[in-house]
Design a protein around this ligand. Structure first.
Ligand code: ATP
Ligand code: MG
Length: 237
């Protein structure tokens, strides 16, 4: 379980994240949804620990991992990351890419890698290199890599951008079922209402650095908090 309380972040005197608070649960996908520039990636970077908030606290399973004086380094947060440019290591095979973050003994490591690759339907590509795979296949390798160390929390920043529409729907569905099987708590950033409606158990609607509404997808769709929120959802059918 991830909880953030009262996060603030400014750049050059401009507040881009303002008083953001929410929590996400194991086995659930929470979508941080909002237009370009509203502060989504900045929020994710602070949770990952690669940027630091000006004010506010972050907890994982009830334990403080970051406030303005105390800070657990990113690699010790048990938080997995999957960002927009899901770049794989080009000189490593698919198997070695997925195994990259694992410290298990070799045999268990191999079992975990084989299992994950089978579940993203890439068992036959295990000894190939990234340049031998399509974009969608590389994206699935990146997902397997992010899940390999069994992070309790997975942060995903626009993970499906750059894929063509038809492929994206398939990969969204596949990703969702794998995440549910693993029981990971997921915070997924997107600027596309359709994506949030399709993936989320809960949506956090963000605008101008603030969360303006949170709740189940149908609640946001049926009872938008204001005209801007209604307009944002209006092109979904
Ligand atoms: P998008 O959907 O386009 O990815 P976003 O919601 O992820 O947008 P952020 O990347 O969080 O937006 O950026 C929020 C605002 O903060 C933007 O106006 C951006 O220019 C600014 N910003 C982000 N990082 C920095 C930085 N390191 N220095 C200065 N300004 C920054
Ligand atoms: Mg962003």
């Amino acid at each position: 379980r991830l909880e953030v309380q009262g996060l603030f972040r400014s750049f050059e005197g401009r507040e881009v994240v303002r008083d953001v608070s929410f929590s996400i649960q194991a086995g659930q996908v929470t979508c941080l949804l909002g237009p370009s520039g509203c502060g989504k990636s900045t929020t994710l970077r602070m949770i990952a620990g690669v940027d630091m908030q000006d004010r506010g606290k972050i907890f994982v399973d009830g334990q403080l991992i970051c406030d303005t004086v105390f800070r657990v380094p990113p690699e010790r947060r048990a938080i997995g990351l999957m960002f927009q440019d899901f770049a794989l290591f080009p000189h490593l095979s698919v198997a070695d890419n997925v195994a990259f973050g694992l410290s298990d003994p070799a045999r268990e490591k191999r079992a975990r890698v084989e299992d994950l690759l089978a579940r993203v339907h890439l068992a036959h590509h295990i000894d190939h290199f990234p340049h031998e795979l399509s974009g969608g296949e590389q994206q699935r390798v990146a997902l397997a890599r992010a899940l390999a160390p069994r992070p309790r929390i997975l942060l995903m920043d626009e993970p499906f951008s750059g894929l063509d529409e038809r492929l994206r729907d398939d990969i969204r569905d596949e990703t969702l079922s794998l995440l549910k099987e693993e029981g990971t708590a997921v915070l997924l950033v997107t600027h596309e209402p359709q994506e949030a409606m399709r993936m989320a158990d809960e949506i956090l609607l963000m605008r101008g650095g603030r969360i303006v509404q949170g709740g189940a997808p149908y609640n946001l769709y049926n009872a938008p908090v204001d005209r801007a929120a209604a307009a944002f959802f209006s092109d979904i059918n």
